[in-house]
Write a protein that binds this ligand. Structure first.
Ligand code: GAL
Length: 412
């Protein structure tokens, strides 16, 4: 009898060990280090709901996914997909892994969870093609934000610029006062600046026309964007290539720089990591010339075909797509929830103002963060920028952009 009990106990323990070895979930993203707390909070909640699942938080450092996308490509092509991975809502996923038939269609999950009524129609459109809906959004970020420290701007005696002309007019005074007028970092942060400059110079309609193919990149209007961009770049720091976006933000907070243009993950960094108060520790405005326009992007997660832990991954998508999950994640991340049942009282003053703008502004899509153009164009934009920076020629950049736009069939 005693031996029998021992055998049963051993069998049960064996089964438990097997079950726990099987219950795993690998989440792949670029939210490492300073970018990690919001994701960690969501994963902690996941673990409360599913204590038997061993969650692997696989991150690849590098702002805006510059390194993560390359690692993901190797894994996807090598037949070793993570159970779920971060990807911007839009063509960044549809133009790559969806056309390659590597993703599961999540339309049934959307229906089952009632999400078709709980997300804005424009966002659903971005996540879909004719064949299905391909990822679940966890947030809405804003790209076109200019950050500053109120005490520093007051000390400098300048007015926060409303247009690029106004910015360029105060640039010499700021330089004379010994501060960097506008701090930028590594290549992708300069692409990020470019999209705010372009939106400010062109306006929302012509910005959209670039992506639907009705405004050519070698038109005078589009070429003019590069001219203005060049003047703005002349007001930035010399050591840009060595700076991460967080280090660029730090320069605003230390007072070495007057302004920075970055997505509102910078607000997440300033509140969650640096513990600054929105409004006093830092302040914000729409980037010059873009008041009334919300340049949006959304981080989402998809479900690759053939993953090792499909059920655990679907539970993950259910949590991150819920109002509860989004209200855990976004107040820490510096983004707002796309879910219409989000509870805004959980969000700080910056995020409440972003939510008000999201609901009232003209919404435009970010190029650099996957919401505006075909992936094949987006991924080559860094090269176009390099052509501009090395040649200093607006015409060379405009021609290169036009050639790539034609090559990839932009707008078709
Ligand atoms: C964006 C992403 C944000 C943030 C940022 C900096 O592309 O959508 O969530 O992570 O990069 O890495």
């Amino acid at each position: 009898m005693k031996t029998f009990r021992v055998v049963i106990l051993a069998a049960v323990l064996g089964l438990l060990a097997l079950a726990s070895a099987q219950s795993q979930l690998e989440i792949f993203s670029w939210w490492a280090g300073d970018e990690g707390p919001a994701l960690q909070a969501l994963l902690d909640r996941y673990n409360e709901l599913h204590p038997d699942v061993n969650v692997i938080n696989a991150t690849v450092t590098g702002g805006s996914g510059v390194n993560a996308r390359a690692v993901l490509k190797t894994r996807m092509l090598g037949g070793d997909p993570p159970d779920s991975f971060q990807v911007h809502a839009g063509q960044e996923l549809i133009g790559t892994w969806v056309v390659a038939d590597r993703m599961e269609n999540l339309e049934d999950l959307y229906k089952e969870q009632g999400w078709l009524e709980k997300y804005p129609a424009g966002l659903l459109k971005l996540l879909s093609n004719d064949d299905g809906i391909w990822s679940v959004p966890v947030n809405i970020h804003r790209s076109n934000v200019m950050w500053y420290k109120p005490a520093k701007i007051e000390e400098l005696g300048v007015v926060v610029p409303n247009s690029w002309d106004e910015f360029l007019a105060i640039c010499p005074d700021l330089k004379a006062a010994g501060v960097t007028p506008l701090v930028v970092g590594e290549n992708w942060t300069q692409q990020h600046l470019w999209e705010s400059v372009a939106l400010g110079v062109l306006g929302a309609d012509d910005w959209a026309n670039l992506w639907n193919g009705s405004l050519a990149f070698n038109s005078d209007k589009a070429q003019n964007v590069w001219d203005v961009f060049g003047q703005v770049m002349a007001c930035t720091n010399d050591d840009a290539s060595g700076l991460s976006w967080q280090q660029a933000t730090d320069r605003v907070i230390s007072g070495e720089a007057a302004f920075n243009i970055m997505g509102d993950w910078a607000a997440g960094y300033m509140t969650t990591t640096l513990e600054l108060e929105p409004g006093s520790g830092f302040a914000w405005a729409a980037s010059p010339g873009t008041d009334g326009i919300f340049l949006m992007l959304s981080d989402s997660f998809g479900l690759p075909k053939g993953v090792a832990n499909r059920e655990a991954a679907i539970d993950w998508l259910k949590l991150l797509g819920s109002a509860e999950g989004q209200d855990i994640f976004n107040p820490l991340k510096g983004s707002i929830a796309p879910h219409l049942d989000s509870d805004l009282s959980k969000y700080n003053a910056y995020l409440q103002s972003a939510a008000a703008d999201w609901n009232s502004n003209v919404v435009a899509g970010s190029l650099i963060h996957g919401a505006a153009a075909k992936e094949a164009f987006q991924s080559q934009f860094g090269t176009i920028l390099e052509i501009y920076l090395s040649s200093g020629s607006a015409q060379a950049a405009a021609n290169a952009a036009n050639a790539i736009a034609q090559q990839v069939g932009l707008g078709q």
